[in-house]
Write a protein that binds this ligand. Structure first.
Ligand SMILES: [Zn+2]
Length: 89
């Protein structure tokens, strides 16, 4: 049975205001404070573009701490952030 290989890389941990504007980030983006990262998931060396592919990672990230939020909640599947306050009601 072939093995499934998962690889993850990260980018945009900390964006300058100019970089954030260039990529169309929100003016309130956690990337501006080094509190968000965009991950790239590869399954068997194939880059995953769909939010659904990141859901297991997102669910795990949110299970770790109530301050953690996955971007799949706002259709940004490769975005993982840490907040200063719990984001859930
Ligand atoms: Zn992001």
């Amino acid at each position: 049975m072939p093995r499934t290989v998962f690889k993850v890389t990260g980018k945009h941990l900390l964006r300058s205001k100019q970089e954030n504007e260039r990529v169309g980030g929100s003016t309130r983006s956690n990337h501006l404070h080094g509190m968000a990262i965009d991950m790239s998931l590869f399954i068997n060396d194939k880059y995953q573009r769909k939010t659904a592919a990141y859901k297991p990672l997102g669910d795990y990230w949110e299970s770790l701490d109530p301050l953690n939020r996955w971007g799949g909640r706002f259709d940004d599947g490769n975005h993982f952030e840490r907040n200063l306050r719990p984001w859930r009601d």
